[in-house]
Design a binder for this molecule. Structure first.
Ligand code: PLP
Length: 408
């Protein structure tokens, strides 16, 4: 019998509306090349390199010992919800009831649940750019339209009130607001939050998805202010999204949570109940330990990250053709490669885009980064500094040598 390899299963039309994650693809390519014997330094990581804290692992093992290995409530166990309520009270001064809380398989699933529960064809979702690459694709996947609003580099890529105002239409359902932001690390002052809040308060039909996943990775004593904290009116229209992935180095445990209006949370729980049933019981036990346990590790780890940020920023700014600002938070440098567009590579080809420069870095220097195009802004590259300083210094030296080889 000869194998017939032509596809027999037709894919849904919606599969043509979005792209697979470019950062996951870049990280996978780096892993594949390394497995094939290439000497690769990957600066694609969207996760802290720190270990999950020991007390969290102990709590997870204790939960297994107690046979907490079954389904929980679809929106999270009562204990998990209590821990999330306490976190919002302690860290943000926000008050929630259990009906306003959902725990999910990562912050990513919280956002997806919310979009799935609220967005339909013709609905618009405002996404300031540069943006986490998943937002527009998730919006398109559920049938909505992502309205990308460019944010000026000279204002640290922060959303400007006038630009927000201009982007709002009667079809706007949500603003997705991410601070500290991935990929540019934007952190907003109290005045900047107040100016955006004033616009949003004037437009009561728009909700806010506040993605606070990098809340605890802030530098230079910058504040964290959520739009939900700003006024009761915005509290009632905001879904706060957070999780243990970045703060406690727990990406693989897949535990995120959301807090917002009870009717929205109920709808999100309905979506979740029909997709993953509930978040992992062991993940929840681990997250409870993270949220309720000692919090001193958060500023300690942020201080380590800040030193890495300063190191890599200085080294990148010394590379010919590259320039970057020190981000106020998160763990990425969004580095301009505008000075290298048009440059000739040693093989005679030209760098026409940040995608070309990304490919050149991988080929010529064994350095894996993600191109800015994936985050809605070009020409930039996103560089993760969630690596030990020695690795960052080695990576920067290779990038410098590669840039030296380009001729303008
Ligand atoms: N939001 C942003 C801005 C992120 O960068 C990420 C992960 O990279 C997430 C959400 C997803 O977090 P989680 O691991 O909790 O799903």
């Amino acid at each position: 019998m000869t194998a017939d390899l032509s596809p027999k299963i037709k894919l849904a039309d919606r599969m043509g509306r979005f792209l697979p994650s470019a950062s996951q693809a870049a990280a996978q390519q780096a892993r594949n090349l390394a497995a094939a014997g290439r000497d690769i330094i990957s600066l694609t990581a969207g996760e802290p390199d720190f270990p999950t804290p020991d007390h969290v692992k102990v709590a997870a093992m204790a939960a297994m010992g107690r046979e907490e290995t079954k389904y929980t409530n679809r929106d999270g166990s009562p204990e998990m919800k209590r821990a999330v309520i306490e976190k919002f009270r302690r860290d943000n001064g926000l008050c929630y009831q259990p009906t306003q809380i959902i725990a999910s398989t990562g912050a990513k699933q919280v956002i997806f649940n919310a979009l799935m529960a609220t967005v339909e064809s013709g609905d618009e979702v405002i996404v300031p750019a540069p943006h986490w690459l998943s937002y527009p694709d998730m919006v398109r996947l559920v049938g909505g339209e992502a309205v990308i609003v460019p944010c000026p580099a000279e204002r640290q890529f922060k959303l400007q009130p006038n630009d927000l105002e201009a982007a709002i239409t009667p079809a706007s359902r949500w603003l997705i607001f991410n601070t500290p932001g991935n990929p540019a690390g934007a952190v907003y002052s109290a005045d900047e939050i107040a100016a955006l809040a004033a616009v949003l308060i004037r437009r009561p039909h728009i909700g806010i998805i506040s993605d606070d996943i990098y809340e605890h990775l802030r530098y230079d004593h910058l504040p964290f202010i959520s739009l939900a904290q700003y006024s009761h009116e915005l509290y009632r229209r905001t879904l706060c999204v957070n999780g243990v992935s970045k703060a406690y180095a727990m990406t693989g445990w897949r535990l995120g949570y959301g807090a917002g209006p009870a009717h929205l949370i109920q709808a999100m729980a309905n979506v979740q109940g029909q997709s993953t049933a509930c978040p992992s019981s062991i993940g929840q036990a681990a997250a409870i330990a993270a949220l309720m346990g000692p919090q001193e590790l958060l500023p300690e780890r942020a201080a380590i990250m800040q030193a890495r940020r300063d190191l890599i920023c200085g080294l990148l700014n010394a590379c010919p053709g590259l320039s970057c600002q020190a981000p106020g938070g998160a763990m990425y440098i969004f580095c301009s490669c505008a000075g290298l567009i048009g440059a000739r590579m040693p093989d005679g080809g030209r760098i026409e885009s940040d995608g070309d420069f990304t490919a050149f870095l991988l080929d010529a220097a064994g350095i894996a980064v993600v191109s800015g195009a994936a985050y809605g802004r070009s020409p930039y590259i996103r560089i993760s500094f969630a690596l030990p300083e020695a690795d960052l210094a080695a990576a920067a030296a290779r990038i410098h040598t590669a840039c030296d080889k380009l001729r303008l």
